[in-house]
Ligand binder design. Structure first.
Ligand code: SAH
Length: 240
């Protein structure tokens, strides 16, 4: 039986050109139930209504797949994933991708480890770290094909979190709401210093609700100087 949850999710995804198989729908519904259950004890999300969760969390996360072509087996990094957005839906939607998700709050990391185990996601690695510390480690610098991030910081700050781990010619997708003008202007210097160039802004209308989202598509055209990211806390305090 296809229940309401699965119908809403698969129908909404199809509007973005994404087909979810029944096993993927099962996993995403399980994930929803885990978020709602854990949300009773730790604050993961303000969105708990089923349909709203499907659209604003699950489908919104999947818009990354609609926005750009991601090659099979690509290494994808989600910075400041929180309760797992967009990383978990991307890992379920594209099991071929290798997802690394970094998050600074330990409780959220513990929750995500449970999700990975419960959903048996073999393509996901969760790391408890700050983006600044992560980006300074040689093992992670300039290693990712795609970096994604949603609702973590203004673009000028986010660029310093997300561009160091991205390989040259890789793509950074910054997931934003409808109003991006000011933060894009404010990020010009940071992007120039860190090696990023805005290639496109993709406007999305979320299915059912019609809310507008923007995906800022940034190409890395030059290697990031070794001095970035600066130490933890500095990018947010003193944006480039
Ligand atoms: N991306 C998720 C969570 C957004 S809330 C979503 O869209 O729902 C922002 C999250 O980023 C928080 O969980 C916070 O702990 C994390 N975060 C903020 N700054 C960070 C940093 N410098 N490094 C790692 N995680 C960070």
């Amino acid at each position: 039986m296809v229940n309401n949850f699965k119908k809403t999710l698969s129908g909404g995804a199809i509007e973005l050109g994404i087909t979810l198989e029944s096993d993927q729908l099962v996993l995403l519904e399980k994930y929803y139930r885990m978020v709602i259950e854990t949300n009773k004890s730790i604050n993961l999300t303000a969105i708990t209504d089923e349909r709203e969760f499907i659209v604003k969390h699950l489908i919104d996360s999947l818009t990354c797949l609609y926005a750009i072509y991601i090659k099979k087996g690509a290494r994808v990094l989600d910075v400041g994933t929180g309760a797992g957005f967009p990383g978990i839906p991307l890992a379920v939607g594209r099991p071929d991708l290798l997802l690394t998700m970094v998050e600074a709050t330990e409780k959220k990391v513990r929750f995500l480890e449970e999700v990975v185990q419960e959903l048996a996601l073999r393509n996901v690695k969760i790391l408890h770290t700050r983006a600044e510390d992560f980006g300074r480690k040689k093992a992670y610098r300039e290693k990712y094909d795609i970096v994604v991030s949603r609702a973590v910081a203004p673009l000028a700050v986010l660029a310093e979190y997300c561009l160091p781990p991205l390989r040259t010619n890789g793509v950074f997708i910054s997931m934003k709401g409808p109003n991006t003008k000011e933060e894009v202007v404010a990020a010009q210097n940071a992007l120039a210093v860190l090696g990023g160039v805005i290639k496109d802004t993709i406007v999305i209308r979320l299915p059912y609700l019609g809310d507008e989202r923007k995906l800022i598509i940034i190409s890395k055209v030059r290697s990031t100087p070794d001095t970035y990211p600066r130490r933890a806390g500095i990018p947010a305090k003193k944006p480039l």
